[in-house]
Design a protein around this ligand. Sequence first.
Ligand SMILES: [Zn+2]
Length: 98
Amino acid sequence: MTRTIDTLTRAARHGMLVRAACRCGNQRHYRAGDLALLFGGGRDPRSLRFRCSQCDRKPPTVAIIEVDLDRTGALTVWKPVAMPDGATAWTPERLKRG
Ligand SMILES: [Zn+2]
């Protein structure tokens, strides 16, 4: 079955993650729900602009993925945290089974 996930709200509803993968091999995962709060739920995840923290070259490729934690065991997602000055900081959070 194929479904079209074109907004962060939809991706979040399915508990999906957004993966930003750079050519250098660096990749980060984010919860679609977290990004929806930050950028708006109607936003197409593919239109988000990520920047690679390692090489700063081309913007990373964005994909919406479903993660089977039964298979992967655990995964690190980056969680946005609002700072007092209005900026957003990202902290790693371990996603686990169950
Ligand atoms: Zn990179």
